[in-house]
Design a protein around this ligand. Structure first.
Ligand code: SF4
Ligand code: SF4
Length: 444
């Protein structure tokens, strides 16, 4: 086994080990969450995933930046094939192992080479916007210095990945030509770059090896950095779209046990009926969401997939009219709270408390009641995050566990309870308004 192979295998093992530790941490966080819905309608989900995640359709609502972002995503998908080849080469000590694909290999390598240049240009545009333009969508109380730093680090890493890829292709062409070897694959951008370089065979070889190692090590570092970054959406956006809530946006999910109670009130025979499939028979430990252990797995997945792009907040009527609510902040708060409390819950069990909660310590009642449930945020989110379902569940906690709804709502609730309607009139008086009409209608 060559030294290069050995070093590569050690680097790969370390990468997989670090990634496994991170994955295990997230699996344990997910185990703390509550059930959401059963994943069915696989065909419908697959079509949605192809359209929204792979086709990037929602991102095109902002055509220029959307198109650049879509190119970066599609480019990543193509370049991934070349990265897989590098891993096989690194383990087996081969070079360009997928060259047996013939014409397809040429197409894959050519697309990767062109996309590397496109992505590098797009990333420069993204960085320039973040650093030199005051884009309102990228600001807000939830966008702390660390959020901007994280975005800039991740973008810089992508830029370096593309530069090292182009460098690797360019020096591969030069070293193959200098050694009189056949060039496998086609590299339309790098072949132009190689024409501008004049290096000795020895230097070319060193530069090829340097860019090869720089590229693969950057991939390993990037893969382990992503789960701690807003760019985790690179991994999470496709599964998040696949697992989207499929109901129409305005439809509220009912609470099964409450629905059952209401049905029994309206028809006492229902008390003896068997629960329908999927209905819970037992009382929940808590109504709604107070803290992170009450969140369901889908809301937590949403929080991990959030790109912090701010498209949701930019269309939120509450935010636009100066209210404290920012749907992006709600999603980011869920992620932050799991990071804060999750390790304690894993270590000490459900009884663990750090004296804080998601409601009030991170999300205020003012934010929650500012939401009009218009669903513009969910409609706009490019990866189908559903903010209203998180907000409604937190409101449910306030109403059902603490009776802490705003005063106007509390009087409506007691009217519904006492009179069966939101108004303050009793059921017996409901037809009083029609009394004269009915009397006059009686013949004779
Ligand atoms: S919730 Fe969606 S729209 Fe809002 S910041 Fe996150 S990814 Fe962007
Ligand atoms: S549903 Fe609520 S959070 Fe979302 S856009 Fe409408 S008001 Fe804002």
């Amino acid at each position: 086994m060559m030294i290069k192979q050995l070093v590569f295998i050690i680097a790969l093992i370390l990468t997989i080990a670090a990634f496994s530790v991170t994955t295990r941490r997230f699996v344990r966080f997910f185990k703390l969450t509550k059930p959401a819905f059963r994943v069915r309608q696989i065909g419908q989900r697959t079509i949605l995933m192809l359209k929204v995640a792979i086709g990037q359709t929602k991102i095109f609502r902002r055509p220029v930046m959307g198109f650049l972002h879509a190119l970066v995503f599609w480019g990543f998908c193509v370049i991934l094939i070349g990265s897989i080849e590098m891993i096989i080469d690194g383990i087996s000590g081969t070079e360009k192992v997928l060259r047996f694909l013939g014409i397809f290999y040429d197409i894959i390598m050519a697309s990767g080479d062109v996309f590397a240049l496109i992505i590098a240009v797009a990333i420069l545009v993204f960085l320039a916007r973040r650093l030199f333009l005051n884009v309102k969508r990228f600001s807000g109380p939830e966008m702390k210095h660390i959020s901007h730093l994280d975005a800039n680090i991740a973008l810089t890493m992508i830029l370096l990945l593309m530069i090292s890829l182009l460098g690797m292709n360019t020096f591969y062409i030069l070293s193959s030509m200098e050694a009189g070897n056949e060039i496998y694959g086609y590299y339309p951008v790098s072949i132009i770059l190689s024409a501008f370089l004049n290096t000795t065979a020895h230097t070319t070889h060193i530069l090829y090896e340097t860019s090869w190692w720089a590229h693969i090590l950057l991939i390993f570092i990037f893969a382990n950095y992503l789960p701690y970054s807003k760019h985790f959406h690179v991994f999470m956006s496709v599964p998040n779209v696949f697992l989207s809530r499929l109901e129409p946006l305005g439809k509220l999910d009912t609470m099964e046990n409450i629905t059952r109670e209401v049905k029994i009130m309206m028809d006492p025979d229902q008390a003896f009926a068997a629960p329908a499939e999927g209905e819970e028979e037992s009382e929940p430990e808590r109504f709604g969401v107070l803290d992170i252990e009450d969140i369901n797995w889908k809301s937590y997945l949403d929080s991990l997939a959030c790109t912090e792009c701010g498209r949701c907040t930019a269309v939120c009527p509450a935010n636009i009219t100066g209210k404290k609510l920012s749907p992006r902040k709600i999603v980011m708060d869920v992620r932050a709270r799991m990071k804060e409390k999750g390790p304690g819950l894993i270590k000490e069990g459900a009884a663990f408390s750090d004296g804080k909660s998601l409601i009030r310590d991170l999300v205020s009642e003012e934010e929650l009641w500012a939401c009009t449930l218009c669903n513009a945020c969910a409609q706009e989110c490019p990866i189908n995050i559903n903010h209203p379902s998180i907000i409604v569940n937190m409101r449910r906690y306030l109403v059902m566990e603490e009776s802490a709804a705003p005063g106007e709502l509390n009087s409506i609730f007691s009217n519904i309870e006492n009179n069966g309607a939101p108004w303050q009139f009793s059921m017996e008086d409901r037809m009083l308004w029609a009394e004269d009409i009915m009397m006059n209608d009686i013949p004779g």
